[in-house]
Design a protein around this ligand. Structure first.
Ligand code: HEC
Length: 469
């Protein structure tokens, strides 16, 4: 009887640290990732942002995810069959190694994910391996370094034969000498061969592994002609030459037996654009399965993605901002106070009140001009570089609430420029100079004291109050 009495105590002791660690990961995830990837991991804004639940980018190599978290990601990417073209800001400066480990281990064991445990050293190793990186990754860069596990289609033992020639309908390829034969391990059909844009043909052959005895539907569209044959029976044929815009697309049904069915696709390209779309489904199913690349969706108007700080944390925006230089970094503080610091001019350049920024343009389309501040009372503080020529931007750090300190080296001196929200519509700026002679700094015309410049003595921080409203 006495041993029973201790049992609850022992279990409590054993589970407490584990539970605390798991909670920590969840809390950190909520704080640093869920704004974009959603609390349920399915992607914020109804899936406008990519999911982490079930994402193949989290499979196999934990280093891939570590690299993404540290340096961010931008440009076109496919996640679980859906295309995105957004921007994930780097998180490496804001998070410690331990925090990243907790977050990724939480992500890898949530929402059905079964990712590998992330070793703590991996963060340090990845930070130093890519220490020279200044830009977020692109998906192709990541795929080269950290290939995804091969996703296979129902096409097995697929090979392709490439032919050269000019035709205006599908020729009898079996009577022509092929230029090249390849194995297609991904089971995907694609007419993109580098260096070949016109006057060529391809024949793919392999097995369509039908999941069960059933009737199947196929849909084919192409530029120019294409034909699919299953078990020696023509199922769909897009005849002659013409564009791939749906006007010539062919859809048809065929009954297949479970397992191997011989598959063949003949394709030729004359002049102009090339393209191929092939998908299949079991009759009655809703979703299509793609055997070619999915058509890339036509670009839409940028959606509106207003960025705003939370009560706990300052928001950050790092794309082209109207009214400042290319390397302007925007901060939206709680209390409707906003700042842009120019890493080119090494100075605060804009302050304003009200809304911070709308990230829709830059997070969905890159390089499309400057986005103006969303708020009001935009004040231009400085427009020129005033520090000595040897001054260099050394980056910024964030405190636990996301408030920035910008670091500038001037020869052997270091100037730190910290900003945080103050009382009643004010921003507090603390300038700290380390080493060297005194330095005079223009302040812009928004300080409460009305001072236009301040003289900094080494080791004596000066705090200034900027009144924004
Ligand atoms: C400000 C929004 C934002 C935040 C915060 C953010 N991400 Fe992302 N993340 C994105 C976007 C947008 C992409 C896709 C980028 C693209 O289109 O190239 C992405 C892509 C990813 C990917 C690869 C694609 C996928 O869906 O699997 C991973 C993994 C990822 N993020 C993990 C994280 C983790 C972990 C955190 C928190 C530490 C985080 N992200 C924080 C916006 C964000």
């Amino acid at each position: 009887m006495s041993s029973l009495r201790f049992l609850p105590l022992i279990t409590a002791v054993l589970t407490a640290p584990l539970f605390a660690a798991a909670q920590n990961g969840e809390q950190l995830y909520t704080q640093f990732c869920s704004a974009c990837h959603a609390v349920d991991g399915k992607g914020a804004n109804n899936g406008m942002f990519p999911p982490l639940a079930g994402s193949s980018w989290l499979q196999d190599m934990p280093k891939r995810a570590v690299a993404i978290v540290l340096f961010g990601l931008h440009g076109p990417i496919e996640v679980n069959g859906k295309s995105y073209n957004l921007e994930m800001p780097p998180q490496g400066a804001a998070l410690t190694d331990d925090q990243i480990v907790s977050i990724l281990n939480y992500v890898n064991s949530s929402w059905g994910n079964k990712g590998e445990t992330v070793p703590r050293d991996l963060i340090r190793v990845t930070r130093s391996e890519f220490a020279a990186r200044t830009e977020p990754w692109t998906a192709p860069e990541l795929l080269k370094l950290f290939p995804l596990p091969i996703q296979k289609t129902v096409l097995s033992d697929l090979t392709s034969r490439v032919y050269k020639g000019q035709w205006n309908q599908i020729p009898d390829f079996d009577k022509i000498q092929a230029e090249n034969i390849e194995e297609e391990h991904h089971g995907k059909i694609s007419p993109s061969i580098s260096g070949m844009d016109v006057h060529f043909g391809i024949v793919w052959e392999g097995n369509f592994m039908a999941p069960e005895n059933a009737e199947y539907e196929f849909a084919l569209d192409s530029d120019d002609g294409a034909r699919i044959t299953l078990n020696d029976q023509v199922v769909c044929e897009v005849k002659g030459t013409g564009p791939m815009n749906g006007s010539r697309a062919i859809q048809n049904k065929i009954t297949l037996k479970e397992g191997k069915n011989t598959f063949r696709m003949d394709y030729f390209q004359g002049t102009g654009l090339k393209g191929l779309e092939l998908k299949w489904k079991k009759s009655g199913d809703k979703a299509w399965n793609w055997l070619s690349d999915k058509p890339t969706p036509v670009k839409k108007e940028s959606p509106s993605i207003p960025l705003s700080p939370t009560d706990e944390s300052t928001a950050i925006y790092r794309n082209f901002i109207e009214g400042t230089t290319a390397r302007g970094i925007g901060f939206g503080f709680p209390g409707d106070l906003n700042l842009v610091y120019s890493a080119d001019n090494l100075a605060p350049e804009l302050v304003w009140t009200g809304e911070f920024m709308d990230a829709g343009r830059h997070w969905t389309n890159r390089g499309q001009g400057n986005q103006p501040p969303s708020g009001v009372n935009v004040i231009k503080l400085t427009k020129d570089r005033f520090l000595p020529a040897e001054a260099r931007f050394k980056g910024y750090s964030l405190d636990s609430k996301g408030n920035p300190t910008f670091h500038v080296s001037i020869g052997k001196q270091v100037l730190s420029d910290s900003w945080k929200p103050g009382k009643e519509g004010t921003l507090l700026r603390t300038l700290t100079l380390t080493g060297g002679p005194e330095l005079n700094i223009p302040l812009g015309n928004a300080t409460v004291a009305g001072a236009e410049s301040a003289t900094l003595a080494p080791g004596k921080p000066v705090t200034l109050t900027y009144l924004l409203k």
